[in-house]
Design a protein around this ligand. Structure first.
Ligand SMILES: Nc1ncnc2c1ncn2[C@@H]1O[C@H](COP(=O)(O)OP(=O)(O)OP(=O)(O)O)[C@@H](O)[C@H]1O
Ligand SMILES: [Mg+2]
Length: 222
């Protein structure tokens, strides 16, 4: 079935502002009458949320990075089949907080897993459903972590991936920038260090050109 909706993934390190901007964009798009599905990884479907708990608690860590990567892929596949693809087929805008690029960066680059292994897993996991647009939130690791820490002071406890070294976080930043270089048609880099309102403006300017496919909706409404 041809895809009627629009699939946007949000990527980048901890505290970059992905979740904040997803909330704002979802509101903006809904106010324009679009159907919006907000979802996240790991998780997003009942099966994947069960795996999320195992992954983020660190329970899978003892079994090695390959096992972790396969669990992420299993969760992603369930999420695609149960939530993302049906939403796209029904014509919704899907805003996904992290998707396959997080696996490439976290399990591939900084988990030291071979590229072939990670790419094979991703092919199986997404099964042909790729984002139309991926916004890569770029911020120096030290600034992103400061934001995430400030948020943690507000009550949230850091998860397994937030506790790692600054150097590791910088490697991830570089890995995300490489993905953007390699896939320029799909990826846009967002300067996430700017104040929130500026980031919101940039995000909307990157999304706007893709909203043309929904123009017929406003024609009907007129
Ligand atoms: N542009 C900004 N400037 C300053 N603070 C911001 C900005 N954007 C978000 N924040 C704040 O920084 C913190 C982290 O933002 P957010 O939770 O959106 O990041 P995230 O990318 O989703 O992080 P994670 O990957 O850990 O989920 C929040 O407390 C948020 O209010
Ligand atoms: Mg978040």
């Amino acid at each position: 079935m041809p895809q009627k909706g629009l699939f946007i993934s949000f990527e980048g390190g901890e505290g970059a502002g992905k979740s904040t901007q997803i909330r704002i964009l979802a509101e903006t798009l809904r106010s324009r009458g679009l159907e919006v599905v907000v979802t996240r990884e790991p998780g997003g479907s009942p099966g994947a949320e069960a795996i999320r708990h195992v992954l983020l608690s660190g329970a899978a860590e003892a079994f090695g990075v390959r096992m972790e990567a396969m669990l992420f892929a299993a969760a992603r596949n369930d999420h695609v089949e149960e939530v993302i693809r049906p939403a796209l087929e029904s014509g919704a805008v899907v805003l996904c907080d992290r998707f396959l690029d997080s696996s490439r960066v976290y399990q591939g680059t900084t988990g030291n897993l071979e590229t072939d292994f990670i790419e094979t897993l991703q092919r199986i996991a997404v099964d042909g459903t790729m984002p139309d647009l991926t916004l890569i939130f770029d911020i120096p690791a030290v600034d992103g972590l400061a934001r995430a820490r400030k948020r943690a002071d507000d009550g949230a406890t850091p998860d397994r991936f937030e506790k790692e070294e600054l150097e590791t976080h910088e490697k991830r930043r570089e890995a995300y920038l490489d993905i953007a270089l390699n896939e320029p048609r799909r990826c846009r880099i967002v300067d996430a260090k700017q104040q929130q309102e500026r980031v919101t403006e940039d995000v909307l300017s990157m999304v706007e050109p893709l909203l043309e496919r929904f123009d017929h909706l406003s024609d009907v409404a007129q």
